[in-house]
Design a protein around this ligand. Structure first.
Ligand code: FES
Length: 164
């Protein structure tokens, strides 16, 4: 083989063997329209179903719907409604878990709204620290008078409270 022909063969061989490496180096890592999107790995977050609105208009017997038993059992308390302008808090009776209690959640000391503490199973006033048992009895002063109780009953899943 002559020298010039040998050099040509070596040159062609070098180019042919380097071609796949050169092509791979020129390709972009960015996804193209042909690149499939990766599948989402996380489960979609389940949405909390919004409870159906209830009609809290007082009935002829004086009772008004304040919430649902299912709502009470899920949250431990039902609040956010008023009876004759007074705020209502509804909880399970600690002595009889099948019964429920509704009280005026306006603190008798100076009218702050008491909050239900699920862990302590009591109402606590954020203003001056009074606490009340689920039935409204004072367990810690400065409040002297209990939370005012409302008459309450259950019909189907509805909790009905009567203004006194
Ligand atoms: S307003 Fe509730 S303790 Fe004072």
């Amino acid at each position: 083989m002559k020298r010039r022909r040998f050099i040509n063969w070596v040159g062609v061989g070098f180019v042919a063997s380097s071609l796949p490496v050169a092509i791979a180096a020129c390709q972009s890592d960015e996804p193209t329209s042909e690149t499939p999107e990766p599948e989402p790995t996380e489960e979609p977050i389940a949405e909390t179903p919004t409870p159906e609105p209830i009609d809290s208009t007082p009935r002829e017997d004086g009772f008004a719907a304040m919430g649902r038993v299912s709502q009470l059992d899920e949250a431990g308390v039902v609040t956010g409604q008023t009876v004759a302008g007074d705020p209502v808090a509804i909880v399970r009776d600690r002595a009889d878990p099948t019964a429920i209690i509704a009280v005026n959640s306006s603190c008798p000391h100076r009218s702050c709204t008491v909050k239900w503490d699920n862990e302590a199973s009591q109402f606590a006033c954020p203003c001056h620290g009074s606490t009340f048992a689920p039935d409204g009895t004072v367990t810690k002063s400065p409040a002297i008078d209990p939370l005012f109780p409302f008459e309450v009953k259950i019909e189907d899943d509805l909790i009905l409270v009567k203004a006194s």
